[in-house]
Design a protein around this ligand. Structure first.
Ligand code: GUN
Length: 281
């Protein structure tokens, strides 16, 4: 029987644990505050930001919402980040991506203080992850490690293949699997004989951004398959980068879409907000 990795249940469990931790911190007079900045009103971003605010409210984290006009200048945004960096009662700062084209994303992300960078996008946090030091880790790959751990799947000594090399998912995912003592390969759009590479995987993490691209012929019998993709098909139904119906019978465990990796991202963001208090001490 294929094990269905239930991201909805695991993220709910993490949120419960965080809620308890935040309540205990409150008893000791410690509050947690996250500042969320959105520039413009991209509908998808508005949904993500809304979900982040809801999760904060549920756990007991204060959220400060900065909804800035599309025309906001880079200088104005940098000034707001500087102010939030200085504020002792703001623990986390999150700038929702993508930003309007006239704003240099790199410059903005570099300006967030590394100890408030709950997205884990600042070069200092990425560097810390690379050399195994403390710091914030990008939420989606951190969530995938939690999915594996809480589903009783060990990484040590396993052949791990990550398809995708983005800064937000693929690269930090590879580093985290390496930290868990996996043998890690990163495949990407220029990889030759992709199927041969992916068929070696005991654990296959798919972040290619193409609906249902990964079919059974990419997967070894008994592999664990983690699907990071989320797309809407012609019938307005959600699907992942993995052709679930084709691949699931061949796996030992697989994440569904929706209800797999997706809910973990916000849970790990909440975790980073709670951790930020200790990191800042
Ligand atoms: N846009 C899409 N995903 C993310 C994310 O994880 N963090 C931020 N800040 N923006 C995003």
């Amino acid at each position: 029987m294929t094990q269905l990795i239930d991201g909805k249940a695991i993220s709910a469990q993490i949120k419960e644990e965080l809620k308890e931790r935040v309540a205990t911190m409150k008893e000791r007079g410690v509050e947690v505050t996250l500042a969320v900045i959105q520039v413009g009103n991209d509908p998808a971003s508005s949904v993500y930001v809304g979900n982040k605010k809801k999760a904060c409210a549920y756990i007991g984290i204060h959220s400060l919402a900065y909804e800035l006009a599309e025309e906001t200048s880079e200088e104005e945004l940098l000034k707001l980040i500087d102010e939030l960096n200085e504020k002792k009662d703001v623990n986390g700062i999150l700038v929702q991506l993508p930003l309007p084209k006239h704003i240099n994303e790199e410059k903005i992300l570099d300006r967030i203080h590394p100890l408030k960078d709950v997205d884990g996008f600042h070069p200092q946090n990425v560097g810390s992850l690379c050399i195994g030091r403390k710091g914030f880790v990008s939420c989606t790959p951190a969530g995938i490690i939690q999915l594996l751990k809480r589903s009783g799947i060990s990484v040590e000594g396993k052949e791990c293949v990550v398809i995708g090399r983005s800064n937000i998912v693929g690269k930090p995912m590879a580093l985290l699997l390496l930290q868990e003592n996996g043998t890690v390969t990163v495949a990407h759009s220029k990889t030759r004989n992709l199927k041969e590479v992916t068929r070696r995987a005991d654990i296959l993490v798919v972040a290619v951004g193409k609906p249902k691209m990964i079919t059974a012929e990419y997967v070894k019998e008994g592999a664990v398959v983690i699907d990071v993709g989320i797309h809407r098909n012609e019938q307005n139904k959600l699907c992942g980068d993995v052709d679930f119906d084709d691949v699931a019978p061949k796996c030992s465990a697989i994440t569904p879409v929706p209800g797999g990796v997706g809910p973990m991202t916000i849970a790990m963001l909440m975790n980073n907000c709670v951790e930020s208090v200790a990191l800042q001490k």
